[in-house]
Design a protein around this ligand. Structure first.
Ligand SMILES: Cc1ncc(C[n+]2csc(CCOP(=O)(O)OP(=O)(O)O)c2C)c(N)n1
Ligand code: SF4
Length: 543
C-alpha cells in the first residue's frame, strides 16, 4: 500500500476504520478532535456525545454488543469519563474498546497538564503510547486485538506532538467490515453489584499479570543499540514523543522505547539496565516511569524537577543529559489571544464589565472575556463549573456582593456539564437567587466549530434532534427564563440583567448569535437540510 503523510489523529482514525469499528464516539477537545472528524470523512461511523462520560458509556455498550468502539477525548475529558472507566475495566467486553486520551503537556490549549498515564495504573487498564503516526496506526490495531483477547478496555495515550505532527504511515491492513453484533448474556461480568464486582476485581488483576507477561515479548517495545562504548555507558528508557527527542539528542546511547507503558515490561527493562553503566529515564510530565522502575528495584536516574513542566524537546533533552538546571530562556511572548472582531461574546462581557458583575466563568472562546479590554471574568476551573462555583459564591458572600454574581457558560459547555448545575440551582437556590447566562453561538467554536446537541446537527452536519434551552430551563423549574437575539435586542441585555440580579429568584438568560466564523457554514448546512427535505417531499407520491 502507498505510504501516506498523516498526523497521529488521522492515523488513529485510519486504523480504526481498518479495524472495522462499529462506532467512534467522543467529545471534542484539542488535541484529539480530528480523530472522529477524520473517521467520518473516511466513511466510518462517528458521533459527538454530549460529554466524555456519555461517550465512554456508549462505547462500552457497543463493545458489550460485540462491536468495536473507539472513544476519543482530550486528557481532562478522562476525568469526566473516569466514573465509567474505573468499573468498565472490571467488566468483560466482547468487542474491542479503545479509549484515546490525548494529553497536552505544556498546556497548548488546556487548563492543566495532567499526565493521564496515572489513569492506566489507577483504573487498571493497559496503556499504549505511540511516538509517531506509524505507531499511532499500528498501536490502534494492536489495541483492538488486545482489548478483545483480554476482554478489557485499552487506553491509547497520545500527546499534542504525536497528534499534530505528520509522519509517514504505511497502512498494512484493509478496511474490515464491522463484526456482526450479538448480545451474549453475561450477568456476572457486566452487572457490577458487589457480589459480582469482587470476583471481577480479582479477574482484572489476573488479566493484568498476563498482559504484563505478554508485553515482555509483544514487539511493542523497541531496543535501539547504542554506538560502541557510548552505548554501554548510557541507556535511555523512554516512551512517546520523548523517545524521539531522546534519540536525536543522544544518538550514540542505547535506547529502550516502551510502547506499552502499562503494565510495564519490567524484565525487559531490567535486562536493558543490566547492560548499561547509567540508566536514564526520559519521560514528559510526571516521573511515573521512573517511580515504577525504582519500585521494582531498578536503579535509574530521572530528570530534574524543572523538566516536569511543559513539553520536552531536543534542546531540553540536551540540558537534561548534561545535568543543566540553570534557568531556561523564556520564549518571546506571542500576541495575546483575543475574541474575534464581531464575536457575539464581546458585547456580553462589555455589559458584565460595565455592571461590575462578579463573573463565574467557564471554558470556551468566551474565556477570553477575562482579558482586557473586558476583564470581566473572575473564575474559570473546568467545563460546567461556572454554575456550581457561582452558586457557592452566592451562598457565601454578603448579600450586596452576592447579588452581583453571574454564571456565564457556552452552549456546548452547558450541554456537556452545565445542566446538572441548573438542577443544583433549582434544588438549592441561594437566598439572593442566581442568574445564569448561556452564550449560544450555535457551535462549539473553541475546538473548531463542532456540532453539539443544541445545534440540531450531528457530527457530519446532518439534521438531528435539538435541545431547547428555554424549554429545558422552564421544565426544570427556573423562575425567569429569557432569550435575547443579540442582533435585534442585544441592547436590552444590561437592563434585563439589572432587573434579574435585583430579584431573589432563579433566572436563565439565553443570548443568541452565531459565531461569526461558523455563521457561513451554519447557513450552508441549513440550506442543504432544507433542500434535502424539499427533494424528499417532491419524491413523495401525491395522495
Ligand atoms: C472535559 C473537557 N472536555 C473538553 C474540553 C475542550 N473544550 C474546551 S471548551 C469546549 C467547548 C466550547 O464550546 P462552547 O461552550 O459552545 O463555547 P464557544 O467556544 O463556542 O464560545 C471544549 C470542547 C475541555 N476543556 N474539558
Ligand atoms: S471563533 Fe467564534 S466564538 Fe470564537 S472568538 Fe471567534 S467569533 Fe467568537
Amino acid at each position: 500500500m502507498p505510504r501516506q503523510l498523516l498526523n497521529g489523529d488521522e492515523a488513529v482514525a485510519l486504523a480504526a476504520l481498518h479495524a472495522g469499528v462499529s462506532l467512534g464516539t467522543g467529545y471534542p477537545g484539542t488535541p484529539s478532535t480530528e480523530i472522529l472528524e477524520t473517521l467520518d470523512h473516511l466513511g466510518g461511523r462517528a458521533q459527538w456525545s454530549p460529554n466524555e462520560k456519555v461517550a465512554l458509556e456508549v462505547g462500552l455498550g457497543v463493545a458489550f454488543a460485540g462491536g468495536r468502539a473507539l472513544v476519543t477525548m482530550k486528557h481532562v475529558g478522562l476525568n469526566v469519563a473516569a466514573d465509567p472507566l474505573f468499573t468498565a475495566t472490571y467488566t468483560d467486553v466482547d468487542g474491542g474498546l479503545v479509549i484515546v486520551s490525548a494529553d497536552d503537556p505544556g498546556m497548548a490549549s488546556s487548563q492543566n497538564e495532567q499526565d493521564n498515564r496515572h489513569y492506566a495504573r489507577a483504573a487498571v487498564a493497559p496503556m499504549l503510547e505511540p511516538c509517531d503516526s506509524q505507531e499511532a496506526y499500528d498501536f490502534t490495531l494492536v489495541a483492538f486485538e488486545l482489548s478483545e483477547r483480554w476482554k478489557i478496555p485499552v487506553i491509547l495515550r497520545l500527546t499534542t506532538r504525536v497528534c499534530h505532527s505528520k509522519t509517514l504511515v504505511e497502512a498494512h491492513a484493509k478496511v474490515a467490515a464491522p463484526t456482526a453484533p450479538v448480545f451474549n448474556r453475561n450477568v456476572p461480568s457486566r452487572v457490577m453489584i458487589p457480589a459480582y464486582a469482587k470476583p471481577a476485581h480479582g479477574r482484572l488483576r489476573v488479566k493484568m499479570v498476563e498482559i504484563a507477561a505478554w508485553n515482555e515479548t509483544s514487539g511493542l517495545n523497541r531496543l535501539i543499540p547504542g554506538v560502541g562504548e557510548a552505548g554501554q555507558r548510557l541507556g535511555i528508557v523512554s516512551s512517546g514523543i520523548a523517545a524521539v527527542h531522546a534519540q536525536e539528542a543522544a544518538p550514540e546511547a542505547s535506547h529502550l522505547v516502551i510502547g506499552m507503558t502499562w503494565p510495564l515490561p519490567l524484565d525487559t527493562i531490567r535486562q536493558f539496565a543490566a547492560g548499561v553503566d547509567r540508566l536514564l529515564v526520559i519521560e514528559e510530565g510526571d516521573p511515573m516511569l521512573l517511580d515504577s522502575l525504582r519500585a521494582a528495584g531498578i536503579t535509574a536516574e530521572g530528570k530534574a524537577e524543572m523538566y516536569r513542566f511543559g513539553e520536552l524537546n531536543v534542546p531540553r533533552l540536551r540540558r537534561i543529559l548534561a545535568g543543566d538546571t540553570s534557568p531556561e530562556a523564556v520564549p518571546p511572548k506571542g500576541k495575546p489571544p483575543e475574541l474575534c472582531q464581531g464575536c457575539s461574546h464581546r458585547d456580553v462581557f462589555e455589559v458584565l464589565r460595565d455592571m461590575d458583575c462578579i463573573v463565574s466563568g467557564d471554558i470556551g472562546c468566551y474565556t477570553l472575556g477575562v482579558l482586557p479590554p473586558f476583564s470581566a471574568m473572575d473564575t474559570c476551573v473546568c467545563m460546567g463549573a461556572s454554575i456550581g462555583v457561582g452558586l457557592g459564591m452566592r451562598h457565601t458572600l454578603p448579600p450586596e456582593q452576592a447579588r452581583r454574581v453571574v454564571s456565564v457558560i457556552g452552549d456546548s459547555t452547558f450541554v456537556h456539564s452545565g445542566i446538572t448545575g441548573l438542577a443544583e440551582m433549582v434544588y438549592n437556590p441561594p437566598e439572593t437567587g442566581h442568574v445564569v447566562v448561556i452564550l449560544d453561538n450555535g457551535t462549539t467554536a473553541m475546538t473548531g466549530q463542532q456540532e453539539n446537541p443544541s445545534t440540531g446537527r450531528s457530527l457530519n452536519h446532518d439534521p438531528t434532534g435539538k435541545i431547547d434551552f428555554e424549554a429545558l430551563g422552564r421544565a426544570m423549574g427556573i423562575k425567569n427564563v429569557h432569550s435575547l437575539n443579540r442582533f435585534t435586542d442585544g441592547h436590552l441585555l444590561g437592563d434585563l440583567l439589572k432587573e434579574l440580579l435585583a430579584k431573589p429568584e432563579t433566572s436563565l438568560v439565553v443570548v443568541r448569535q452565531p459565531c461569526v466564523l461558523a455563521a457561513p457554514k451554519i447557513r450552508f448546512y441549513e440550506k442543504a437540510a432544507m433542500e434535502k427535505m424539499s427533494h424528499a417531499c417532491a419524491a413523495m407520491p401525491a395522495e
